[in-house]
Design a protein around this ligand. Structure first.
Ligand code: THU
Length: 139
């Protein structure tokens, strides 16, 4: 299924991702990231990165927002917007976040933004081709 979001939705999630970025807990990297997820029913869920003194436990904004959404009862997503303070490049999700995105489908949109709200958009499946999934060979 291909979900289409309109320009207004896109502007809304980009703004929401920029706003929640300011709540990032990133005392170690000082690199703030915000993410806003547009769920199938139009609900917008936001999340930021949350770091830990044990660095490997740090949670990216993208995975944070997806786990928040699932625990709020949403599992079908239309789009996610990701924001950072990088001026010259679009913020792109890490490999772990891409794997988590494709868990919820390969055909929803990832808006990778700059602070001026310009973006590059790609499908989750394009960001992680040949991703791992459990195919039920016996079915
Ligand atoms: N980070 C994210 O939250 N999302 C990304 O797309 C890239 C990286 C976080 C993880 C860590 O808290 C900080 O940014 C620096 O890597």
């Amino acid at each position: 299924m291909n979900y289409l979001e309109n320009t207004e939705d896109i502007q809304k999630i980009i703004k929401a991702s920029q706003e929640v970025k300011e709540r990032a807990y990133c005392p170690y990297s000082k690199f703030k990231v915000g993410a806003a997820l547009l769920c199938e029913d139009g609900t917008i869920i936001t999340g930021c990165n949350v770091e830990n003194a044990s660095y490997g436990l740090s949670l990216c904004a993208e995975r944070n927002v997806m786990t928040k959404a699932v625990s709020e009862g949403h599992q079908r997503f239309r789009a996610i917007a990701v924001s950072s303070d990088l001026q010259k490049s679009f913020i792109v999700p890490c490999g772990a976040c891409r794997q988590t995105m494709v868990e919820f489908g390969t055909d929803w949109n990832v808006y990778m933004t700059k602070p001026d709200a310009t973006y590059k958009v790609m499908k989750t499946g394009q960001l992680l081709p040949l991703h791992f999934e459990l195919d039920n060979e016996n079915e």
